[in-house]
Design a protein around this ligand. Structure first.
Ligand SMILES: *Cc1c(COP(=O)(O)O)cnc(C)c1O
Length: 403
């Protein structure tokens, strides 16, 4: 006769089948129970045909992976605990001692830090290249180059590179490319198919597309997650093996948070875009501002590349940067940031709340690649979902604090 504690674990009741609701159920597991030893021995972690262990997938993670694959135009997808974990996992899977990886000079900062830290420590070298100049990338490719990172636009400085051309240069040499598609969110353009005015034709896209789901897909500023999408089964399995060996598990509640936000992603992205563009245009006319960096605005670096990839009526994220006139010292720009009331100071973006961060760009660049042309201080704006007129009024009152 089983004791009561045992009954609480092995209870005979099962709920009736046939429950269905708009949002899928949330399954949590470390242990996954096999029906018999034969099933345990036949376990297959490579395909979504069954379950082996919580770390290797549950119905909850499988569903989000399939949805992100659809969003990216991919065939396979892996979830990881952050956008940075996605970047790390791809590097760990594809690079070995003696290899070299190329990174855009304006890339997401922690990727550069990883290259300078662990990758260097493991005998993997890196070079930074000028993403606005495919010839610069081409001349840096060598027999040791195994991976090239792409990002559009550049983090913080917002230059939109000739992505299709960069990917094409790598493809011709048989070098694997990986695109950080966090800005585009799978909506502004397709990372696997970068035709760029048809100049490079079908097949000119990245081999791997990563995204920080932390940003727009989560949309709440409360979840950290990343995705690694591929179209090639062998490449996917290679990354999945590394993913399995380093134990990048995802919490089911975090998946639930992203699943709940995902249906509204296109609507939110357009709202962020429209609000950011109107504020960026207004700032272009302000005397305190030397330049507004927003790829969808004419006169911004790489605007023509954005237009040919994303289209004349193309989408853009709700991000832009402003370079203040160099008559303002960094302390004055700090005072502007501190005077903002609705825009909060904080990293990351993609949530409902507007954010700013001032950056010292020259310290983020390699002097050897391309010179940063501005002398004024740069502030990056992430436009949230507040009323656009309220945001403009907030910026206007804070500009008075510039002095
Ligand atoms: C935020 C961000 C990441 C990292 O995402 P986390 O989830 O914060 O680790 C990677 N790439 C880009 C372009 C980002 O903006």
């Amino acid at each position: 006769m089983p004791s009561r504690p045992t009954d609480l674990i092995h209870h005979p009741y099962t709920p009736p089948a046939g429950f269905s609701a708009p949002q899928p159920g949330v399954y949590k597991a470390s242990t996954v129970i096999f029906p018999n030893v034969a099933a345990l021995r036949a376990r297959d972690w490579k395909h979504k045909t069954g379950y082996t262990y919580g770390l290797h997938g549950t119905p909850t993670t499988f569903q989000l992976e399939e949805r992100i694959a659809t969003l990216e135009g991919a065939k396979q997808c892996l979830l990881v605990p952050s956008g940075l974990a996605a970047i790390a996992c791809v590097n760990f899977a594809l690079l070995a001692t003696g290899d070299e990886v190329l990174i855009p000079d304006n890339a997401y900062g922690p990727l550069k830090a990883l290259a300078e830290g662990e990758l260097r420590q493991w005998g993997i070298t890196h070079q930074r290249y000028d993403p606005m100049n495919p010839a610069d990338l081409e001349r840096r490719l060598g027999p040791r180059t195994k991976l090239v990172w792409l990002e559009a636009p550049g983090s913080v400085t917002m230059e939109f590179p000739p992505l299709a051309h960069l990917a094409h240069v790598c493809r011709q040499r048989g070098i694997t490319t990986v695109l950080d598609n966090t800005w585009g969110a799978g909506l502004a353009f397709n990372g696997f198919d970068l035709r760029h005015g048809e100049r490079f034709g079908a097949g000119s896209g990245a081999d791997i597309v990563v995204q920080a789901l932390t940003k727009y897909p989560s949309g709440g500023g409360d979840v950290l997650m990343g995705s690694i999408a591929t179209r090639d089964e062998a490449l996917h399995v290679r990354i999945k093996l590394t993913h399995m060996r380093i134990g990048f598990g995802i919490g089911a509640n975090d998946v639930e948070g992203v699943m709940r936000s995902l249906p509204s992603l296109p609507v939110r992205y357009r709202a962020h875009d429209a609000s950011a563009r109107s504020l960026a245009r207004w700032m272009q006319g302000r005397p305190e501002v030397a330049q507004v960096l927003h790829p969808a605005l004419e006169g911004s670096p790489g605007h023509e590349h954005w237009r040919s990839l994303c289209g004349d009526d193309g989408l853009a994220a709700g991000l832009f940067s402003v370079v203040f006139h160099d008559r303002y010292a960094s302390t004055q720009v700090d005072a502007f940031c501190d005077a903002l009331k609705l825009f909060k100071l904080g990293y990351s973006w993609g949530g409902p709340m507007s954010l700013v961060v001032p950056y010292d760009v020259p310290s983020m660049r390699s002097a050897e690649v391309a010179k940063w042309p501005h002398r004024g201080v740069l502030v990056r704006f992430s436009v949230g979902l507040e009323h656009p007129a309220d945001l403009q009024a907030d910026v206007e009152q804070a500009l008075a604090a510039l002095g």
